[in-house]
Design a protein. Structure first.
Lengths: 346, 198
């Protein structure tokens, strides 16, 4: 016990031996059931000296937090305000019991249909979600999911970006996802939708069950079976269907990025969302270059290096710009054809 | 330090969605999370990331916070979970450095108990970074990415023998730079040793 205390104190102060490093690793690996370690850490937590903290700017850190929570507060506000009005109304109208009850119930209905919830996933982050009917799923980076708080009448959700849904079966109530260009209706299945505004296609991939695809005017376009994919080319407004290995399209859930014969321009869009970095391609030719790759939890620098050794592509990092408020611009990477190596790949 | 009574009011207000109460709690605890996280993650950037993640989480689950339980302790558990996640991720990513160290530094029991491992890690990181580009590429692909020699050879378009040569030269160089005389400065004082053995 005393040893443990000493070890974590030494580790904390950057004065630890190899032995101590590995024992801290083991303690962390054991997880939440590791009570002695957790207790000792909590003691340390209570005694932390918060006097001087160079490298930490309270103000800018707060601004970043506000930036991230801003949208979710706005979307939840209407519900709260209405429920407050209901409370006030109920008190004021107490003597007129019948009318006040009517008012309460009617406004209650309205409040429920008007309440919207919104889940936003910032760039570089993936998140798991659960909907009011118990359906679950994952939201990919730079994506947005909106749904009514009341799921009783219909199960309607709105998506821009990419999400995987695992829908709870309910024969009486269909589940519908609306994307910028398409609608998908199911009763209970699992499927993936990719519908980013800056991507040329919208893709729907069915894992289990069956699924109906509708167009913008609610016209039925297709019914999919498992491992089938529906692809809409937004520019030409044409769609195709193909058999695919669904696992390749839902690998993002587990942190893998699988790229199969995609245009380099689309690959770069994926990477820039995945790592939250600005990227641009200098050579027009390079945009049409076809690329295959699988990345698994690799840091960006490693990915860039792998690209530059497996293809005649070179990259360059642009210096970050400091904004007036003290924050820095995002990392920016520029890709170019590596002319000296191009013959090696022909 | 905020008084317990005042803190309870802040948390009740936070549960109602008041941003001001949220900001007060951030000002009270932000630094603590930062210092604590930095102690384990050894990086100010990652520690700041933890501060943000923790407070965004607090905001998202504000309605379910139990005002009867200690907020400080609640915050600790959330902070711990984020630190743990990052710590384990980092230790996986860094495992190749430990491997390289065990190949190049002669850890007998005495050295192991006396050497400042934190500085040693920083030293090896710097040494790897300063290797000639090809040697660096090969050692990273082999030790960090775990690729077989043959695959590295194809990737870099050189022969497997050249890969082996780069690798052994890199290790030889690291071994020399990490030999006893070079790392003597990283040994802890005996005062520290005595404390440890008590």
């Amino acid at each position: 016990m005393d040893d443990l205390k000493k070890t974590i104190q030494n580790f904390f102060k950057n004065r630890y031996t190899r032995h101590e490093y590995f024992s801290v690793c083991r303690e962390f690996e054991e997880g939440i059931e590791n009570k002695p370690f957790l207790d000792e850490l909590e003691k340390q937590w209570n005694e932390v000296d918060t006097g001087s903290t160079p490298g930490f700017d309270l103000k800018s850190s707060w601004n970043k937090i506000v930036g991230q929570i801003g949208t979710s507060t706005a979307s939840k506000n209407p519900v709260r305000v209405l429920s407050l009005i209901q409370k006030i109304a109920a008190i004021l109208f107490l003597p007129l019991l019948v009318t006040s009850l009517l008012f309460y119930f009617s406004s209650n209905n309205r409040a429920e249909t008007e309440g919207w919830a919104e889940i936003k996933c910032p760039a570089g982050v993936r998140t798991e979600f659960q909907l009011p009917d118990g359906s679950t799923g994952f939201l990919n980076s730079k994506s947005e999911l909106k749904y009514p708080v009341d799921f009783k009448k219909s199960r309607d959700v709105y998506l821009t970006g990419e999400a995987f849904f695992n829908v709870v079966k309910n024969k009486k109530s269909r589940f519908r996802v609306t994307t910028p260009k398409l609608k998908v209706e199911v009763l209970g299945t699992s499927f993936n939708i990719m519908a980013y505004e800056d991507q040329p296609d919208e893709e729907i991939t069915l894992k289990t069950g069956s699924l109906k695809v509708l167009g913008e005017k609610n016209e039925q376009l297709s019914v999919l079976a498992p491992d089938q994919q529906f692809v809409l080319n937004k520019k030409q407004n044409q769609f195709t269907e193909r058999e695919v290995n669904t696992l390749n399209y839902i690998s993002w859930i587990s942190g893998k990025l699988i790229i199969q014969d995609e245009r380099f321009e689309d690959v770069v869009k994926k990477l820039s969302r995945w790592y939250n970095v600005d990227m641009e391609i200098e050579d027009q030719k390079l945009k049409d270059f076809r690329y295959y790759a699988t990345f698994e939890n690799e840091p960006l620098d490693q990915v860039l290096r792998l690209i530059s050794i497996t293809a005649p592509i070179q990259y360059q990092e642009k210096a970050r710009v400091r904004h007036a408020n003290g924050s820095f611009s995002k990392r920016k990477i520029q890709f170019k054809i590596n002319e000296s190596r191009i013959k090696d790949f022909n | 330090m905020i008084e317990p009574k005042k803190e309870k009011i802040l948390i009740i207000n936070l549960k109602e969605g008041h941003k001001e109460a949220f900001q007060n709690l951030f000002e009270e605890y932000g630094k603590r999370i930062f210092v604590f996280a930095r102690g384990y993650l050894k990086s100010s950037e990652e520690a700041e990331e933890v501060v943000q993640e923790v407070f965004i989480k607090i905001w998202n689950i504000r309605s379910s916070i139990n005002t009867e339980l200690s907020f400080k302790s609640f915050l600790f558990k959330i902070t711990y979970n984020y630190i743990r996640e990052l710590f384990l991720k980092k230790s996986r990513e860094n495992s190749y450095k430990h491997e390289i160290l065990s190949l190049t530094v002669d850890f007998d029991n005495r050295t192991e108990e006396r050497i400042d491992y934190h500085s040693l890690l920083e030293r090896v990181e710097k040494l790897i970074d300063e290797l000639p580009p090809r040697q660096k590429e090969v050692i990273i692909l082999k030790k960090k990415q775990g690729l077989p020699v043959k695959e590295i050879a194809t990737l870099l378009d050189i022969s497997p023998r050249t890969v082996e040569k780069h690798l052994s030269e890199a290790l030889k160089y690291l071994k020399r730079e990490l030999s006893e005389e070079h790392i003597a400065g990283l040994l802890f004082f005996s005062l520290f040793l005595n404390q440890k053995n008590k």
